[in-house]
Design a protein around this ligand. Structure first.
Ligand SMILES: NC(=O)c1ccc[n+]([C@@H]2O[C@H](COP(=O)([O-])OP(=O)(O)OC[C@H]3O[C@@H](n4cnc5c(N)ncnc54)[C@H](OP(=O)(O)O)[C@@H]3O)[C@@H](O)[C@H]2O)c1
Length: 333
């Protein structure tokens, strides 16, 4: 019987993940029954929402309980199969978790298409849930139109850096908000957006006022809290707020709400949240658009890779201190 190294939840964190949150345990992997496959994981996607899944109260999926394997999206290869639709060697993606092997129902997995010279990580980033989040957030939720002013927070991150580029490619004026000089330089000089604000050293509200004199048509919010409050201060009439994420709240038990929610009424704004895992989103449209732009060299993305299952806790924490550059993944197995 094969074995798997599993990252087991031991205790829900209060604040940041620490040494007491997880334990790595080697466990036997059952052979697949009819309709099941055993997957050898290769890459685990590290997403801010993992911290929400670790919240006993606020999670939006089935609650994890101590003793379970930490949930994660992962890519692997079918190693043993009792499901004719997924033969041995098929490359698959699914919520197989933070472990090196898993036996799961074949119906819970997605067989991955060949993406030619693009790296495996692209199935998470550009062509996966990250690209879909940027595209569907802007087009379906934000109803973004050419000529509008788009503001994106956490703009140098995985979702944000794609959202700002999609905004430019759709013909918009794009302002990014990110932390630190390097990120601001990356947004302005490498991604070529119209301007960028450093929320760590600048007055975000004052800068938004100066850079968006006619107001913000679409605010793509990855952060919530004080930055959402600053954006609300400068929304144009009938503007849209894409509530993609509120990372400033994930490590905290209580967060002060924006104090200017009345602006939603007086400026006739629409604010809508979404979860990209819902089937209502048009992933195929996102895939087509992003693949075409990537093939034409019109869109860029970065990957920040860690090696080894034991680095998953550290990798999750980098999302909250801004010490990563691009889509965070952990190579396992
Ligand atoms: N709705 C959905 O279905 C969906 C799907 C995927 C992701 N998301 C959301 O999208 C957002 C970005 O996710 P991602 O995977 O692309 O991660 P990411 O942007 O690559 O990493 C998170 C970034 O958030 C910024 N950040 C962290 N704490 C912050 C704080 N207190 N204030 C301001 N900025 C802070 C940091 O940016 P700096 O380095 O610039 O400080 C960090 O790099 C998250 O909110 C996530 O939950 C939503």
């Amino acid at each position: 019987m094969s074995t798997s190294d599993n990252l087991i939840l031991r205790a829900f964190p209060r604040g940041r993940i620490d040494d007491t949150t997880f334990e790595t345990v080697s466990e036997a992997v059952p052979a697949p029954a009819a309709g099941e496959v055993t997957v050898a994981n290769r890459l685990v996607s590290i997403d801010p929402t993992m911290r929400v899944w670790l919240d006993d109260e606020r999670t939006y999926m089935e609650r994890l309980t101590p003793g379970q394997v930490m949930r994660a999206i992962a890519i692997g290869e079918v190693e043993a199969s009792c499901a004719p639709e997924l033969p041995v060697g098929t490359r698959v993606l699914g919520l197989t978790g933070c472990r090196t092997r898993a036996t799961v129902a074949a119906s819970s997995l997605q067989a991955l298409p060949d993406i030619g010279p693009l790296p495996l990580e692209a199935h998470f980033g550009l062509l996966g849930h990250i690209g879909m989040t940027a595209w569907c957030g802007l087009t379906e939720i934000g109803q973004l139109k050419a000529g509008e002013t788009l503001v994106v927070s956490a703009a140098a991150g995985a979702v944000g850096s794609l959202a700002v580029q999609v905004g430019k490619l759709l013909g918009c004026r794009v302002i990014g908000i990110a932390g630190g000089r390097d990120n601001v330089r990356y947004l302005r000089d490498t991604l070529g957006i119209d301007d960028a604000i450093d929320y760590r050293s600048e007055d975000v509200s004052a800068r938004l006022g100066a850079l968006c004199p006619s107001g913000i048509d679409v605010y793509f919010d990855n952060v919530g809290g004080a930055i959402l409050e600053a954006a609300l201060e400068h929304m144009a009439l009938f503007g849209r707020i894409v509530a993609c994420g509120m990372i400033s709240a994930y490590n905290r038990e209580a967060v002060a709400a924006p104090r200017n929610l009345l602006n939603i009424v007086t400026r006739r704004l629409r604010m809508e949240g979404f979860v990209i895992l819902d089937p209502r989103h048009d992933g195929a449209a996102a895939y087509r658009a992003l693949l075409e732009w990537a093939a034409a060299g019109r869109i860029q993305y970065r990957v920040h890779a860690f090696d080894g299952l034991e680095h998953i806790p550290e990798a999750i924490n980098t999302l909250f201190d801004g010490s990563h550059h691009g889509k965070v993944v952990v190579r396992v197995g």
